[in-house]
Write a protein that binds this ligand. Structure first.
Ligand code: PGA
Length: 246
């Protein structure tokens, strides 16, 4: 049995005050989350605050991105070792907003994945197709290509120490969720691509997961939890999602 994992991706949201009230009210109900590990990925500037608030709980935290470089003259970048310094367990790599809005290529994403692992972070590798790619029947090819960039660089076994998030781009922040069966089909496809690590690999679904649809998604055999954007900013909704994990 794979352990379920729910990851909050706060994106560029939050404030000192809001983060505090959100996490404090979430923590009060943490005991009711019985079947999932829970992690929070805030903006870099709030990592210290989030680590202070979560230290001593079962929750963990991570970055939303990292540099593919070790250190040096890279203005605005944040390294894997810096994330480790702040106690991060995870780091998201290749989120579609990074790929689409900031032009991150499959190769760059693979380099970031490698850098994360070499620093002892667990990369959460995001893959997923655009609406036009789905409509053209290219979903599997796109996901396969995105996975292949990492497998070619790091080897298949490296995926055993990572998390994959399948996030159809057309479902992110749009209110449009993949149906449980649509998501399950791609999750099963991903699992078939990863050979020896298939049994242990956690594959999360992301894209407009809410309190009202989480249970039916998490009921699918190859969906091991979620990467949650908008709904992770509301303590009640996020709690309902975490409670829905099997
Ligand atoms: P959403 O975002 O839940 O707001 O759709 C998910 C994500 O982008 O990780």
């Amino acid at each position: 049995m794979r352990q379920s994992l729910i990851v909050a991706n706060w994106k560029m949201n939050g404030s000192i005050q809001n983060n505090q009230s959100l996490l404090n009210s979430f923590k009060q109900n943490l005991a009711s989350v019985q079947h999932a590990d829970v992690a929070v990925c805030p903006s870099f500037v709030y990592l210290q605050q989030v680590s202070d608030l979560l230290k001593g709980t079962v929750m963990t935290w991570g970055g939303q991105d990292l540099s593919q470089q070790n250190n040096g003259a890279f203005t605005g970048e944040v390294s894997a070792n810096m994330l480790r310094d702040f106690g991060c367990k995870y780091v998201i790599v290749g989120h579609s907003e990074r790929r689409c809005l900031y032009g991150e290529s499959d190769q760059l994403v693979a380099d970031k994945f490698a850098k994360a692992q070499s620093a002892g972070l667990i990369p959460i590798l995001c893959v997923g197709e655009l609406l036009e790619q789905r409509e053209a029947g290219e979903t599997e090819n796109v996901v396969k290509r995105q996975l292949a960039a990492v497998i070619n660089l790091q080897g298949l076994a490296s995926l055993g120490n990572s998390v994959i998030a399948y996030e159809p781009v057309w479902a992110i922040g749009t209110g449009k969720t993949a149906t449980p069966q649509e998501a399950q089909d791609v999750h099963a496809f991903i699992r078939r691509q990863v050979g020896e690590v298939a049994e242990k690999l956690q594959i999360l679904y992301g894209g407009s997961v809410k309190g009202s649809n989480a249970a039916e998604l998490f009921a699918m055999p190859d969906i091991d939890g979620g990467l949650i954007g908008g709904a992770s900013l509301k303590a009640d909704d996020f709690l309902t999602i975490c409670q829905a994990a099997r």
